[in-house]
Design a protein around this ligand. Structure first.
Ligand code: NDP
Ligand code: ZN
Length: 351
């Protein structure tokens, strides 16, 4: 079968591979819609997870089940499913401890385009189908549903990690597709002020539509100064980080109130250390928490998130700026994600 792969660090291309085989608990799926992710870009061009050879890329797909293992109970051939980016081993000790995304080792619940071929193939393999697939509700279109694989669960996880409460003042640093979902998630959780940090005009517009009350342009001055001025020196209750670099966490500490919480979902692809400013961290006694996490997957969570689209509490179609209509366009879509033209939020390829 054909797939679009990372050939080595910095190099991608089309390759031929054996079709995957189905274990008793597993499923083989055929993609119906796929989307490249900024994480694919970090993987290939920043070498963020180390070298990988001839590994099919991609971890965001809505798909049709074409083969099912003999022990799978909940799904059948022909089902249309949302496939989360993270597909843990649910029997692992890490999953039993509540951290399924780290099943088998840190970040090891992330299997697609990390430890095994991803979803940019004519077929792909899903482990533990009953726990890792989610049914696509009728009436949710394929492109919108593709945002459920990674953008919604990651953006919302940032909100969960920052523990946003009714009336909180929140900053979302980075308003690409992930951060935009953090803006939407913060609004759903009842934040009062939502300061959205970014610069692309289309992202700014959509951030306002999702509930941002203030826009902070990081290219026009230090974001700490801008936020401290807007909050009259008080700082923020909660901060979600979905963009920037290792220094962004330092900035977040500076603009957080004592007792405040930072939820980081940004993939720190470069830099060896995060530097926490001693004084702003209360000389170690500020009760300012930093939590960083890989998105949780799982059928229950994914179907709950999908129900938000079904009931129109969340509209993910606003994220999709570029739509392609054939498998061979996945290459172009990935390069869009790499080059980030000004009008891009997220591309989708419908097969
Ligand atoms: P984008 O590149 O589309 O968005 C990044 C955002 O950060 C943009 O708004 C950008 O602004 C802003 N930004 C860039 N530099 C700075 C800076 N110095 N200070 C403040 N803001 C800045 O990324 P995505 O939304 O696609 O993804 C966000 C991150 O989430 C990525 O690192 C991705 O790998 C990661 N991720 C993590 C997952 C997880 O499970 N934890 C899963 C999926 C993705 P501008 O408007 O100028 O472009
Ligand atoms: Zn991703």
């Amino acid at each position: 079968m054909k797939g679009f792969a990372m050939l080595e660090i910095g190099k991608v291309g089309w390759i031929e591979k054996e079709a995957p085989t189905c274990g008793p608990l597993d499923a083989i799926c055929k993609p119906l819609a796929i989307s490249p992710c900024t994480s694919d870009v970090h993987t290939v061009w920043a070498g963020a997870i180390g070298d990988r050879h001839n590994m099919i890329l991609g971890h965001e797909a809505v798909a049709e089940v074409v083969e099912i293992g003999s022990l799978v109970k909940e799904f059948k051939v022909g089902d249309r499913v949302i496939v989360p980016a993270i597909t843990p081993d649910w029997g692992s000790l890490e999953a039993q401890a509540g951290y399924s995304m780290h099943s088998g080792g840190m970040l090891a619940g992330w299997k697609f385009s990390n430890f095994k071929d991803g979803v940019f193939g004519e077929l792909f393999h899903v482990n533990e189908a009953d726990a890792n697939l989610a049914l696509l509700p009728d009436g949710v279109d394929l492109a919108s549903a593709t945002m459920l694989c990674d953008m919604v669960p990651t953006g919302f996880h940032g909100v969960e990690l920052a523990d946003v409460q009714f009336g909180d003042t929140v900053a979302v640093i980075g308003i690409g597709p992930v951060g935009l979902m953090s803006v939407a998630g913060s609004a759903l959780r009842g934040a009062s002020h939502i300061y959205a940090v970014g610069s692309r005009p289309n992202c700014i517009q959509i951030a306002k539509e999702y509930g941002a009350t203030d826009i902070i342009n990081y290219r026009e001055g230090d974001i700490v100064e801008q936020i401290m001025e807007k909050t009259h020196g008080k700082g923020l209750d909660r901060i979600v980080i979905a963009g920037g670099d290792v220094h962004t966490i330092n900035q977040a500490i500076q603009m957080l109130k004592p007792g405040g919480k930072i939820g980081n979902v940004n993939y720190l692809g470069e830099g060896d250390y995060i530097d926490i400013p001693r004084v702003e961290w209360g000389c170690g006694m500020s009760h300012k928490t930093i939590a960083g996490g890989l998105m949780p997957g799982g059928r229950l969570r994914m179907e709950k998130l999908a129900s938000l689209l079904e009931t129109k509490k969340l509209d993910t179609s606003k994220l999709i700026t570029h739509t392609f209509n054939s498998f061979d366009k996945v290459e172009e879509a990935l390069f869009l994600m790499k080059d980030k033209p000004k009008d891009l939020i997220k591309p989708v390829v419908i097969l």
